[in-house]
Ligand binder design. Sequence first.
Ligand SMILES: [Zn+2]
Ligand SMILES: [Zn+2]
Length: 473
Amino acid sequence: MPRSSRAPKSPWTVARQTCTDCGRARSMAKNYDRSDLLEMVCAEVDRHASWIQEISERIMRNPEPGFREWRTAEYVAQQFAAIGLSYRTGLARTGVKARLRGNGDGPTVAILGELDSLIVPGHPFADPETNAAHACGHHAQIASMLGAGRALQAVIQHLDGDVVLFAVPAEECIEIGWRRQLIDDGEIEFLTGKSELIRLGEFDDIDMAMLTHTESGGNALGSVGDTHNGAVIKYVTFTGKSAHAGARPWMGINALKTAMHALTAIDAQSETLPDDWRVRIHSVMTRGGDVLTAVPAEATAEIMIRGATFEALTRGCELVDRCLRGAATSFGARIEVETMGAFMPLTQEDRLTEIVARGIREVVGAEAMGAPRHRTGSTDLGDLSLVMPVSHPRCAGAQGSSHGSDYVVDDHGLAAVLPAKWMARSVVELLADGAGEAHDVIRASGQRLSRDEYVNRRRTFQHVQNYGDLSES
Ligand SMILES: [Zn+2]
Ligand SMILES: [Zn+2]
């Protein structure tokens, strides 16, 4: 984010010169060099390892889906209070944010953790009432964010910039119907947490951000530098005409078959887009009629179009719209298509990736590092990557298939403690010695979108289109 847009430092930041354990003022006598500070944060993470693991495990067992992570947010606030940090709550409904004040007016580095779970029936730690389940490992992110923050408290007075610890809501783009209601009620404008927080200006006082995500499979204990697909959602309502399905089917217009025809046409053409666009189009039927004996008069479907670039997303959307328009014509049905941006494609900043990779290598060893790659899944850290440099390392510690009922973090040390260590190290590298590395990252990342430019770009994906007209049939 351009320096000129940086907000003044807020009064809710906290004093920094008191030891969180003994309560005494820290000695300022020694001049620590960078390697001292790196050693200190690693030792602090080790000292608080069981606290970090307890946080990860506790949130795993108390999952809540996005934009309603009320208890999780309260728990994070309690942890901030316990380590002597003041904080703000209720950001994009549930976000919680604290700041560690360093020396001078250097750049601000944010460490993020996502509050939300998925909804996965059958998951071993699913909430029995809501089926909410941490099948993407976000609980470990909150723990590693808090762990890194607690370690950085020990050295913050020797860093030439600030650190923001930010628990952010609603990374998973789920419960679209409910979130549309939130949008209609004016509670949110965008479907995911970071996009909302950008719109609300909650990243205006941050210069770069990092977040470590768990993954399963393979032998790597850490990696960084992946790119990710972006995604657009279409919420589609197919309207036909009811009639007796046995006696007078010719009097009806079948909304279910209109939907089936459209989805089949989309499937049949998905291979016509170039491979390197990495387009994925997937859908769920959320309604397919009401009673067996009547021609279905209404069907609804949600379609997600993913792609590696804006062009890929745009061309994927054109393909889907063409198939929907064609189905409306074929059946004489009416189709309403509400399009919404879900995630923007993620690109990590190269200079920041180098620094974080160094941290990971120091913590896990070069032989345990994985190679970065393109991922066809999506994250709203992609949205943030449009407005500032971001880093999205991956850690181990989980088993099973991500988003599946068997995805469980079974090693909170790998999933939360090691990432806390490499994120704390990375922050030290960025902000020590006049924050030269952080300034380099900002310079290397060049001009990003302003908040307004981001919001406008995101809004270009939002529109409603109608195809077909029942009166013509
Ligand atoms: Zn996920
Ligand atoms: Zn995730």
